[in-house]
Write a protein that binds this ligand. Structure first.
Ligand code: SF4
Length: 210
């Protein structure tokens, strides 16, 4: 049950801190939790306004002092590269504040280059201190990807594959994930991921109970 408290920019689960820097997304996946829930783990993640870098850092600074965390993950109720500059500024702040003691990861739909035309997204992430990207791929071709993720532009499946290749070239640790559900042919997705030479992870779908 998600509380009525004000929306969170920072939330946590076990030893990981999660950053909810946007509610915008270039996909509209039919299974997205945003369609069914206010948040996760009791945290309200439905933002009333897109936050500034300073607001994210202020909330993050408070959370950092609560305990020893193992990683900070840009994820949340939206696609973090929709706010690329906020993402990069916060990542640089984390590195400055915590050095190498805290891993920085990005969970992304892999549309970063389409959302941020003309930017060298993967290299900028790497330079800002992001170490790892986890890219979601819930389809094995344009057709199945479009059916499941309902992107706002055409050629989205190809865009995700290109993002993975560029992230690898930039020296980021790359993992591709897919959700376990009948609409996703995990074997076919895994074969594509294998051909790209990166890690593959299957995530269990969290059904919504209410
Ligand atoms: S890519 Fe993620 S945030 Fe965007 S609609 Fe799909 S599940 Fe939701």
């Amino acid at each position: 049950m998600v509380s009525d408290e004000k929306p969170k920019l920072v939330y946590w689960l076990d030893s990981s801190l999660y950053l909810n820097i946007t509610n915008q997304c270039s996909n509209n996946c039919w299974f997205c939790l945003r369609n069914f829930k206010q948040g996760v783990g009791g945290f309200n993640l439905k933002l009333k306004a897109e936050p500034t870098t300073a607001q994210v850092i202020a909330e993050l600074e408070q959370a950092l002092s609560m305990r020893r965390w193992s990683e900070v993950v840009f994820t949340g109720f939206g696609e973090p590269t929709e706010r690329l500059d906020v993402l990069l500024e916060v990542a640089r702040w984390i590195v400055q504040r915590c050095g190498n003691s805290l891993a920085v990861r990005l969970d992304t739909n892999g549309h970063g280059y389409v959302i941020n035309k003309g930017r060298n997204v993967a290299q900028e992430l790497k330079d800002a201190g992001v170490g790892k990207v986890s890219v979601s791929l819930n389809g094995h071709n344009e057709e199945t990807y479009s059916e499941n993720c309902r992107p706002t532009f055409s050629g989205a499946f190809t865009a995700v594959i290109e993002f993975v290749k560029k992230a690898k070239v930039a020296g980021l640790e790359v993992e591709v994930s897919a959700v376990r559900m009948p609409e996703v042919d995990l074997e076919k997705v895994e074969a594509i991921v294998e051909s790209l030479g990166v890690a593959f992870r299957v995530r269990d779908y969290i059904p919504c109970f209410w």
